[in-house]
Structures are given as C-alpha cells and as structure tokens.
Design a protein around this ligand. Structure first.
Ligand SMILES: [Zn+2]
Length: 136
C-alpha cells in the first residue's frame, strides 16, 4: 500500500494548527506540554527514539533567537526606546517565547520529519513490546 504524498503547504498548515502531520485528524498534544505518544487516528508515532526531539529544541532555540533579534530591531529602530528598557523587554521575551512556542516547535519538527522520511506507525504487539513497523 502506497500512501499519496501530502503537499508541503498542507503539512505546514497542520503543523501551525498542532495537528498530526500525516492525517491532520488529531492534535499532537493531549494536554499542555504533553505531546502524545502516537496519533490516535492514524497511529503515526510522535514519541520516537531518545534524542529525536533535539531537533524540536533546536527549532525552538533558533526561533526564539530570531524573535529576540526582530523585537530588538523594532524596539531600537522603529520605536526608539532606551537600550536599558529594550534589554528588560528582551529578557521577558526570552523567558516567555520558548514556553509559548513549545508545542509548535514539536509540531514543526514532526512535520519536517514527516516530509523527509515519513513517520513510523505505532504498533503495540501482543507481548506488550512497542515496535516501529512501517513508515508512510
Ligand atoms: Zn494522524
């Protein structure tokens, strides 16, 4: 069985809405700051091997740095505030933005991985062992 490839814009849209990049039917998070193990609709595995989500952390750090740079430029150039007030504001942004962007960084990383190599399906065997069987 061969699945039809999902267009990049569809995956991006699903990632923005925190939906499963493979099917778009379920949220990737079951509660705040808790990413599901797998999609309940299509069984795509979200919690992969150890270290898989270093990419999500990297996406969060890079996006935070970009946002800090943009806020700094707007604050200094457009608004013309003092440097001390800008630093205080950037400190607050640096603390709050990564927390607010947490789910989206995971979602974008899952979407990126889905586009590159597909997500494995979660298959719980009768012996209780988990295994990654197929990718689509
Ligand atoms: Zn799904």
């Amino acid at each position: 069985m061969t699945a039809r490839p999902v267009p990049i814009l569809t995956v991006l849209s699903r990632s923005l809405r925190l939906l499963c990049p493979a099917c778009g039917q379920s949220l990737i998070a079951s509660s705040p700051f808790h990413i599901r193990h797998h999609c309940p609709s299509c069984r795509s595995l979200f919690s992969r091997e150890q270290g898989f989500f270093v990419g999500a952390i990297l996406a969060n750090v890079l996006t935070t740095e970009l946002v800090i740079l943009l806020v700094c430029m707007v604050w200094l150039i457009v608004i013309g505030s003092s440097y001390e007030s800008v630093l205080a504001g950037l400190f607050v942004v640096a603390l709050l933005f990564p927390v607010a962007f947490y789910h989206h960084s995971w979602s974008f990383w899952l979407g990126f991985d889905y586009l590159i190599e597909g997500l494995p399906r979660y298959d719980k065997t009768s012996s209780g062992e988990e295994r990654d069987e197929s990718r689509y």
